[in-house]
Design a protein around this ligand. Structure first.
Ligand SMILES: [Zn+2]
Length: 412
C-alpha cells in the first residue's frame, strides 16, 4: 500500500482530493518538432487539500531540476495589461509608504524587471532577486540590479548581514510556485524590520473553486492559496496580515500586505471581508472542496461536445496563447490536432514548437490571418477581452471567439 502524501507546510497526511487530473506532461516543456514522434514524460497531477492547515497543493512528484531545465520561456513584460497593473501598484506603494531615495524596495522573483523598473524610474533604490539568468539580464538593461539566485531563508540572512534593510518587499505569483513555502516565508520575516511591509499576490483559491479554474493547476504551481492557509503559514513565521486587496488579475487574485507580528500597523477592513467570504464558501471544511471534480468533468464534456460539433460541421478551430493553463486544459480533455489545427503565441521562444502532450503546433500570431479559423479558442481566458480586441479584424471576417472556463462561451 502506498502511503498518502503529507502537507508541504504542516506535515499532516493528505487524505482529501480537490481534483485528480491524471498523468500530464510538464506544462511549460514546449516540444521541438524533431521530437514530435516521441512521447513526452508524464507525471501525476493530483491536487489535494490539507485538512489541518487548509493548504491546497499538488503532489511533489517532479524533480525540481527537471522543472527548472524545462524550456523556460516566460517573460513578464509580454502582457500589456499586466504592465499597466504593475505601474499603478508601484505609484500607489510609493505614495502610501512615502518611499524615497534613502529607501529600498526588493522584489523576489523579479523576472525581467517588469515591476522594479517603475520604482527605479522614481529614484527609489531597488534590488531584484531572480533565479533565471536570461530574464535577470533583461532586468539589468532596464536599470534593475538583480541577484541571480533562488530566494530562501539563508539568502535572506546573507542580505541582512550585508546591511540590507528593505522598506518594502514585493512578490507577485511566486509564493504558489515555491516547493518549500515555509522556508520562503521565514526568509521574508528575516528581512523585515520595524513597520516594513511585505506584499504578495497570488490567484485566490476561492475563485479557482467558484469559477472551475482547474486549468490553473500544473506541476510547477505547487500551492493554491486561500487567505486562511496564508495567515496560518505567516503566523508560524512571525508575520501578520494587516491588509488584503482583491484584484482582477489571473481570474481573481489577492494582494496580501503583511508586517512583523509586533509592528504597529493596524488591520484594515479588507482582511475581515475576505475571511468572511472564505468562511461562507466553507474553505475551513471538507464540504468546501467536495464536488469540484464533478464540475471539472462537466466542463470537459461541454468543451468536447462543442469541438466535435464544430468538426462535423466542417468548421476549423485554432487556439490562442500557448500558456501553461491551456496545456492543462487540453491534456485533461484529451484534445489534440484532430480537434484543434494549430495554436498561436506572441512569444517567439514558443513559436515553431509543439504544445506538450497534445503536440498541437505553435505558430506566430499572423498565422491566423494566413489561415483564418472559424473559431478561435482563447486559452488564457483571463486576458480574453484584450485578445479579442487585438483580433478585431478576424471577427469582422467571420471568426468567432471561444473560452472554455468556467463554461463554454462563444462570441460575437
Ligand atoms: Zn497542512
Amino acid at each position: 500500500m502506498t502511503q498518502s502524501p503529507t502537507c508541504r507546510s504542516c506535515g499532516a497526511a493528505l487524505t482529501l482530493t480537490l481534483v485528480d487530473l491524471g498523468l500530464s506532461p510538464l506544462a511549460n516543456s514546449y516540444v521541438p518538432p524533431a521530437r514530435a514522434d516521441r512521447p513526452d514524460p508524464v507525471y501525476p497531477l493530483h491536487a489535494r487539500v490539507c485538512q489541518a492547515c487548509w493548504l491546497v497543493q499538488v503532489d511533489d512528484v517532479v524533480p525540481e531540476a527537471e522543472i527548472f531545465n524545462s524550456n523556460y520561456a516566460y517573460f513578464s513584460s509580454f502582457s500589456d495589461s499586466w504592465l499597466a497593473h504593475c505601474r499603478a501598484f508601484a505609484s500607489k506603494m510609493t505614495r502610501d509608504l512615502a518611499l524615497g531615495p534613502d529607501d529600498l524596495v526588493i522584489e523576489i522573483a523579479s523576472n525581467d524587471g517588469y515591476l522594479l523598473q517603475y520604482f527605479a524610474q522614481g529614484g527609489i533604490p531597488v534590488l531584484g532577486i531572480e533565479p533565471s539568468g536570461n530574464t535577470a539580464a533583461e532586468a539589468e538593461k532596464k536599470g534593475v540590479p538583480t541577484l541571480v539566485e533562488f530566494f530562501s531563508e539563508s539568502l535572506a540572512r546573507r542580505l541582512r548581514a550585508d546591511g540590507r534593510r528593505p522598506d518594502l518587499i514585493c512578490s507577485a505569483n511566486v509564493l504558489a510556485h515555491v516547493p518549500d513555502i515555509n522556508d520562503f516565508v521565514r526568509g521574508v520575516a528575516v528581512l523585515l524590520t520595524g513597520d516594513a511591509v511585505y506584499t504578495v499576490e497570488f490567484p485566490h483559491l476561492l475563485n479557482l473553486i467558484r469559477q472551475v479554474q482547474f486549468d490553473t493547476i500544473y506541476h510547477e504551481h505547487y500551492s493554491y492559496l486561500s487567505l486562511l492557509a496564508v495567515e496560518k503559514i505567516f503566523a508560524t513565521a512571525g508575520l501578520r496580515v494587516f491588509n488584503v486587496e482583491e484584484l482582477p488579475t489571473h481570474g481573481g487574485s489577492l494582494r496580501v500586505h503583511a508586517c512583523l507580528s509586533a509592528a504597529s500597523r493596524v488591520e484594515r477592513p479588507g482582511v475581515a471581508k475576505v475571511r468572511a467570504d472564505e468562511a461562507a464558501a466553507m474553505l475551513d471544511r471538507a464540504e468546501g472542496y467536495q464536488g469540484f471534480t464533478a464540475r471539472c468533468e462537466a466542463l470537459r464534456d461541454g468543451l468536447l461536445i462543442f469541438l466535435r460539433q464544430a468538426k462535423s460541421d466542417g468548421k476549423s478551430v485554432a487556439a490562442y496563447g500557448a500558456a501553461a493553463k491551456g496545456n492543462t486544459l487540453l491534456n485533461y480533455c484529451g484534445i489534440g490536432t484532430d480537434l484543434i489545427g494549430f495554436c498561436v503565441d506572441r512569444n517567439p521562444v514558443k513559436q515553431d514548437t509543439l504544445l506538450p502532450g497534445s503536440h498541437i503546433p505553435v505558430h506566430d500570431v499572423d498565422a491566423l490571418r494566413r489561415n483564418r479559423p472559424d473559431y478561435l479558442l482563447i486559452l488564457p481566458w483571463n486576458i480574453a477581452a484584450e485578445v479579442a480586441e487585438q483580433m478585431d479584424d478576424l471577427s469582422e471576417s467571420g471568426t468567432r471567439f471561444v473560452t472554455a472556463v468556467p463554461e463554454i462561451r462563444v462570441w460575437p
